[in-house]
Design a binder for this molecule. Structure first.
Ligand code: TXA
Ligand code: MG
Length: 331
């Protein structure tokens, strides 16, 4: 199939692109669009055959549930059976924004969306293009990240095109996504909120609004049977091995002449004595690092390398989401 590239520019042509994308969605087709985190691959959330096409295009097993994107808390209530007072507080604090809430699903949300689970993930994105698309479509839109299953999430329209171009109907090109890693996922179906995936909104920020938040490992240790759908340990991964190393080990490793091409992602500049084939220096602050990490992984993935070495990250809470993603990338 030919994938239409709909460039969003300010003014009349931008409007046209959004209207074309909304019309395609309403016909049951697949449209990739930018959110503030990463690009999503959208289909009408209440249209089961359209949702099934997402799984085909990504090559994703049907056991991985999708996030339903909505404009606001009012629209979120349409896909949720019992809206929680904690959800109200969290939505007031963080929506629109990079927080996904897991809540009991409404009856008309197809099993395809939730992978048969009784709960659904909902999030109101803040990206103006995502919001314009949701407003014009007028209904909830299910969207996973717009990449082939297990691959690194896309932060530009070009990443989407390279990964699933030809398999989807259109890509709304709204430029690079500002946050760069996926949303924080918080499960509200239990007594204590459970952090399923760390992201741009930290555990401390969540606790500031709803009190105690448990981590997935903690809950598992305490014996609670928790499904962690789609949380495969290896995920968000380039096709070459990724190793995360403290900077001393990284230097030691690089001081030995490598037998094959090595790419490095670090927060420091390339030392003069080191000779990796590619050295990508990312910002030393968590927000700046997140914005550029996936583009760096995509770039290194395209270069013929034997392995990718990544300098390990600080322990503080603002880096939690990034340590999680590097861990899943294989490090
Ligand atoms: O930032 C994001 O969240 C991006 C943009 C496009 O919104 N989307 C995204 O979707 O990352 P995806 O499908 O790649 O990841 C969805 C995550 C998975 O970890 C999945 O397990 C979890 O959300 N999730 C979705 N629905 C769930 C449910 N009903 N129960 C538990 N976890 C769920
Ligand atoms: Mg994904």
């Amino acid at each position: 199939m030919e994938t239409e590239i709909l460039e969003v520019v300010v003014g009349a042509r931008g409007r046209e692109a959004i209207e074309r994308a909304a019309a395609l969605l309403l016909e049951g087709k697949l449209v990739a669009f930018p959110t503030e985190t990463v690009y999503g691959l959208g289909a009408l959330a209440l249209d089961a055959p359209a949702v099934s096409r997402i799984f085909e295009a990504k090559g994703r097993p049907a056991i991985n549930p999708l996030i339903v994107h909505v404009l606001d808390a009012a629209q979120a209530r349409e896909v949720v059976r019992s809206w929680d007072p904690r959800a109200d507080e969290l939505a007031a604090a963080f929506w629109p924004g990079p927080l996904t809430l897991i809540l009991p699903k409404a009856a008309d949300v197809p099993d395809e969306v939730t992978a048969g689970l009784p709960a659904v993930g909902v999030r109101a994105p803040s990206h103006p293009v995502a919001r314009a698309l949701l407003a014009t479509t007028g209904v909830p839109v299910a969207a996973p990240s717009a990449n082939r299953y297990m691959a690194v999430s896309p932060t530009t329209a070009l990443h989407v095109e390279k990964s699933i171009g030809g398999r989807i109907d259109a890509i709304l090109d709204g430029g690079a996504t500002p946050i760069g890693i996926e949303s924080t996922v918080l499960d509200l179906t239990g007594l204590v909120p459970l952090l399923l995936r760390p992201g741009a909104i930290s555990r401390a920020e969540l606790e500031g609004v709803v009190g105690r938040v448990d981590l997935l490992d903690q809950a598992t240790k305490e014996g609670a049977p928790r499904p962690s759908p789609g949380m495969a340990r290896r995920h968000y991964a380039p096709s070459v091995p990724v190793h995360v190393l403290p900077s001393d080990d990284l230097e030691a490793r690089l001081s030995i002449a490598p037998r094959a091409a090595v790419g490095v992602i670090a927060r420091s500049a390339r030392p003069v004595q080191a000779h990796p084939d590619v050295w990508i220096q990312l910002p030393d602050d968590a927000k700046g690092y997140a914005r550029q990490l996936y583009a760096a992984l995509h770039t290194l993935d395209e270069t013929k390398l034997a392995e990718i070495l990544v300098e390990s990250l600080p322990d503080s809470g603002e880096w939690d989401g990034l340590r999680d993603r590097l861990h899943r990338a294989g490090g």
